[in-house]
Write a protein that binds this ligand. Structure first.
Ligand code: THG
Length: 268
């Protein structure tokens, strides 16, 4: 599975403060630590508090590029920030994200094409996020059709069925799993599937000082991998989560068993 590290996001206080004080070291440490822990790609999001997204995204990407050429997922809803971010990030990167709304697709798909970026597309339209798999799949099918129309290979599309916090939107979890399974049937070659995993546990409480968030995250990741998930935006510094991912991929038949499978996977 493709692991996209979630940590360089202004949602986190350390990142917010590093962006404000131009603390390069803090960002570069987060980049290196996530890659060392097994991330293949780094998500980059300036966060909702940024007053100048274009400037902050540029600074973040230039700062990361001083220490690694790893692919980045430029995470913004603003087309100008996306275009600038992808031009600084270089080859093999991800546009994160477009929705299925017509105006968004006609803005974002050409930006991805221009930069040769892979596309993460959320199953959201004008009416929001459908409650059931059928609605999500209808949006996904429309996204796939638009991409093909523009000459984009569906295999470079990552459909994100959008998992919501289980404490307020419990019925979405099974709908997301069903969407992951059926996205594979939309066309050949099939689009890929992705999730922003940590959304699922946002707002879940602690009991006796222990957060249930990591447990919810890794249980849902295992379920999603069993449903065919190809990629996830996750916290790669959570070792139990990474071990659960490696083990569920093994048990899904994606890797060959050996006694030291955890170390073997980490080495590659
Ligand atoms: N799909 C796609 N991209 C995404 C998401 C998605 N990008 C952003 C997000 N969702 C995935 N990344 C995160 C990063 C952090 C958290 C959740 C998802 C998170 N943050 C703490 C919180 O809100 O409780 C921040 C608090 C803190 O620790 O400081 O949980 O779904 N394509």
């Amino acid at each position: 599975m493709l692991v996209i590290g979630e940590k360089i996001n202004g949602m986190f206080k350390v990142v917010r403060e590093a962006v404000q004080s131009k603390n390069k070291q803090a960002i570069q440490d987060l980049a290196k630590k996530q890659l060392d822990a097994g991330a293949d790609v780094l998500d980059v999001n300036v966060g909702p508090a940024s007053a100048d997204q274009l400037k902050d995204m540029s600074w973040l990407i230039e700062t990361i590029r001083e220490v690694t050429l790893a692919p980045l997922a430029v995470d913004t809803t603003k087309p100008d920030v996306m275009d600038k971010g992808l031009s600084l990030a270089g080859k093999n990167c991800f546009l994160n994200s477009t929705t299925g709304e017509e105006e968004k697709l006609s803005e974002f798909l050409p930006i991805a094409k221009k930069h040769g970026a892979k596309i993460i597309a959320l199953t959201i339209d004008k009416a929001g996020i459908p409650n059931h798999a059928e609605g999500r799949l209808e949006i996904a099918a429309n996204i796939v059709a638009k991409a093909i129309e523009l000459g984009i290979d569906p295999a470079s599309l990552y459909i994100d069925a959008v998992i919501l916090p289980v404490n307020v939107a419990q019925q979405h979890a099974p709908a997301v799993l069903e969407t992951i399974k059926q996205t594979k049937l939309l066309c050949d070659p099939a689009p890929k599937t992705i999730l922003g995993l940590s959304n699922v546990s946002q707002g879940a409480p602690s009991a006796q000082g222990v957060s249930v968030r990591p447990l919810i995250d890794r249980t849902f990741l295992v379920m999603a991998i069993a449903s065919g998930l190809d990629a996830a935006i996750i916290n790669p510094l959570d070792k139990d989560l990474m071990d659960a991912m490696i083990t569920s991929e093994l048990l899904s038949g994606k890797n060959i068993y050996c006694d030291s499978f955890l170390q073997a996977y980490r080495k590659k």
